[in-house]
Design a protein around this ligand. Structure first.
Ligand code: SF4
Length: 110
């Protein structure tokens, strides 16, 4: 542990966080698959939706939140607005976030 160095100022920390957030968004645009659930989780979510009172079969959408389910159900950090299925962050906790952060860091160096 060192006492020689101070943390960055609060505004600098805010800027660093904003930059990292922007880098994650850019990464998401180029590597959408990193933010998707497995086919198994996707199938479970869709089965729940198809039996839900808020499911609209025509556009395959959720009338509660208005989201198209083809997209919403694939996103790992998405959740059902009435709690019938939740975020699926196991992959994130088991190394996916570290992988993304490393790829962002490597991208900044090149
Ligand atoms: S997201 Fe939730 S509320 Fe919407 S259709 Fe699916 S189960 Fe129903």
């Amino acid at each position: 542990m060192t006492t020689e160095h101070d943390y960055p100022s609060l505004s600098q920390r805010g800027e660093n966080l904003a930059k990292f957030t922007w880098d994650v968004i850019k990464h998401a645009m180029n590597h959408q698959e990193d933010f998707f659930v497995s086919n198994e989780v996707l199938t479970k979510r869709l089965k729940i939706c198809q039996q839900c009172e808020w499911y609209d079969i025509g556009p395959h959408a959720c009338k509660k939140c208005g989201c198209p389910l083809d997209f919403k159900s694939k996103i790992s950090i998405e959740s059902c607005p009435i709690g019938l299925w939740s975020e699926h962050t196991d992959d994130w906790m088991n190394g996916k976030f570290d992988k993304i952060a490393k790829e962002i860091e490597e991208g900044q160096k090149s």
